[in-house]
Write a protein that binds this ligand. Structure first.
Ligand code: SF4
Length: 297
C-alpha cells in the first residue's frame, strides 16, 4: 500500500504531510511528519501542486492559509479537532468585546474564522514567548485553558484571561496517572504537553510541545521517558531516538479524530482528488495576518 501511495503522489505532483499523532503507517508514507505549524511551513515552501494533509481540519486550513495557490486535500475531511470547535468566530468576537482593548492570543489549534479575528497566533512551543512579547499586563487567550494556565504560570506579572476550551485527549490525564507511571518506571523522565491540566504539568520533569519533545529525547542524557501526549508521537520518538525507551502514559492517550485517517484513505484521496479544503479569501487574508504576526515576533 505504501508503494502505491508513493507512486500516486509522484503522478499527482503531491506532497504528503502527516501530523505526529497520525497512525504509524500514515507517518511512514509521508514526505514530512511534524507538528501543525512545522507542516504548514513545509506546505508554504513546497513546489508540489497538491498538498495532502493527514491531520485534523484546522491544520489543513492553516496549510491553505499559507499556501493559497496549492490544492490542499484531506484524506478524511471529517477529522476535526474538538478543542478548535470549542470557540466560534462569534464567540471570539464577543470575548474581545467583553474585554475592550485587550489583545486576543489564539492557539493555532483554532479555525481560520477564529484566527481571522485574532491579534496574534501562537503554538504550544512559543505561547509563553508570544504573550510575553506583547508587553501587556492583561491578555485574552483562546481556546485552551490548560495552555493558558501554563503561560500564566511562566509569566506571573501578566493576567491571562482564558477561554474555557480544552483538548479532550490531554485534559483527561490526571496526577494519579502520572504517579502510577512513575512508580512503574522510576528511572524515566516525565515529559508532558502543555495541553495537560496544571496538576499534570506540575508533576512533569519537562513541559514541551511535540517538536520540543522530539528534540529533547535525542539530546537528553535520560535513557527512558514517560510520554504524556497523544500516543502517535511515540512512533516519531522511537525513530528519532531508537536507542531510548518511551512509555505511553496510558492507553487513553489517543485522539480518535487523528486516527480517522488511514493509509487507504490517503490512497483514495490521491487517486480521486477528493477532500479539498478551502478558506474564503477574506478570511484567509485576515487569518494570515495573525499567523504572520506570530512569525514576526
Ligand atoms: S489531540 Fe486534542 S488538540 Fe490535537 S486534534 Fe486531537 S482533540 Fe484536537
Amino acid at each position: 500500500m505504501t508503494a502505491e501511495v508513493r507512486e500516486l503522489a509522484r503522478e499527482r505532483d503531491a506532497v504528503l504531510l502527516a501530523h505526529n499523532y497520525q497512525r504509524a503507517e500514515v507517518q511512514d508514507a509521508a514526505d514530512f511528519v511534524g507538528d501543525s505549524l512545522g507542516l504548514s511551513r513545509q506546505a508554504a515552501a513546497t513546489d508540489a501542486a497538491v498538498i495532502v494533509f493527514s491531520g485534523v481540519h484546522f491544520m489543513a486550513e492553516t496549510a491553505r492559509i499559507l499556501a493559497p495557490d496549492r490544492t490542499v486535500l484531506m484524506p478524511e475531511p471529517r477529522a476535526g479537532c474538538p478543542m478548535a470547535d470549542m470557540i466560534t468566530r462569534a464567540q471570539a468576537e464577543a470575548f474581545k468585546a467583553a474585554h475592550p482593548g485587550l489583545p486576543l492570543v489564539t492557539y493555532v489549534n483554532s479555525s481560520a474564522e477564529v484566527k481571522a479575528v485574532t491579534d496574534v497566533c501562537c503554538t504550544s512551543a512559543n505561547a509563553v514567548r508570544v504573550v510575553e512579547s506583547l508587553g501587556e499586563p492583561r491578555v485574552l487567550f483562546a481556546p485552551d485553558r490548560n495552555l493558558s494556565a501554563w503561560v500564566a504560570s511562566k509569566l506571573p506579572t501578566v493576567e491571562v484571561i482564558a477561554w474555557d476550551g480544552f483538548c479532550p485527549t490531554h485534559d483527561q490525564v490526571t496526577a494519579a496517572d502520572v504517579e502510577t507511571a512513575r512508580a512503574e518506571h522510576p528511572d524515566a523522565e516525565v515529559v508532558a504537553h502543555p495541553e495537560c491540566r496544571p496538576e499534570v504539568t506540575a508533576l512533569a520533569d519537562a513541559v514541551l510541545s511535540t517538536s520540543q519533545m522530539l528534540a529533547h529525547a535525542a539530546e537528553s542524557p535520560a535513557r527512558e521517558f514517560i510520554v504524556v501526549t497523544e500516543e502517535g508521537l511515540l512512533h516519531s520518538l522511537r525513530k528519532a531516538a531508537p536507542d531510548k525507551v518511551f512509555h505511553n502514559l496510558t492507553s487513553r492517550m489517543l485522539c480518535p479524530n487523528m486516527k480517522l485517517t488511514t493509509l487507504e484513505k490517503v490512497r483514495d484521496c490521491l487517486r480521486d482528488g477528493t477532500g479539498e479544503v478551502t478558506v474564503p479569501e477574506d478570511v484567509r487574508v485576515a487569518a494570515l495576518a495573525s499567523v504572520e504576526r506570530m512569525v514576526a515576533l
